[in-house]
Design a protein around this ligand. Structure first.
Ligand code: ZN
Length: 192
């Protein structure tokens, strides 16, 4: 799957929106990633999970680990394609951990997966779970990488889609200058 094909799947899923958006940072952008949309349509999510599994098919993965919430669906599906088990990390008193009696034996070759990589926070916490169990970090795979290459996990890394989303301060936003209606993601309708 090429980056262009992945981009088309993101757009068909409604996960990559084009327009004029006010981000939570206050910056404006012409594109917005609505990452939960990725997991709404199995016909769109499925080929991306298959692609991620294919890219790690030679890494002798034994377990696929993903963080709650979307990471659960992703880890399950990638593990299914690789014919291995999945684990799910969730928060307990603020720290990402394996709850509900899940185990990860020492030395297990573990692939960490997540939906969108921005700053790498959730993935890094999953890597800490892997290290905390003395398992082996055998790879990190994401559906979308919008980090701009800023994150290095020191292992085999794959992103189905690599996307760079430009953002602007409101005072120098070219979309504002053109009078394009501004949307606040997560709310309905035009805010300006
Ligand atoms: Zn603007």
């Amino acid at each position: 799957m090429t980056n262009e094909e992945a981009l088309a799947l993101f757009e068909r899923a409604g996960a990559l929106l084009n327009g004029h958006f006010r981000l939570s940072s206050g910056l404006h952008s012409g594109q917005y990633l609505e990452k939960f949309r990725l997991m709404q349509d199995p016909r769109l999510a499925e080929p991306m999970c298959a692609e991620l599994a294919r890219r790690f098919s030679r890494d002798n993965i034994e377990v696929v680990l993903g963080p709650t919430t979307a990471g659960i669906i992703l880890a399950y599906n990638v593990a299914r394609h690789l014919g291995v088990e999945a684990r799910y990390a969730e928060r307990e008193e603020g720290a990402m951990t394996l709850r509900r009696g899940q185990t990860l034996p020492a030395g297990t070759r573990t692939l960490v997966v997540d939906d969108i990589l921005t700053t790498g926070g959730a993935v890094r916490e999953c890597v800490e779970v892997v290290c905390g169990h003395d398992a082996v970090l055998a790879g990190v795979g994401v559906l979308g990488d919008r980090s701009g290459g800023a994150v290095d996990f020191g292992t085999h890394f794959e992103a189905v889609l690599t996307v760079s989303i430009e953002s602007f301060p409101p005072e120098s936003c070219p979309l504002c200058a053109q009078g394009v209606p501004l949307y606040q993601p997560g709310t309905k309708g035009i805010i300006r």
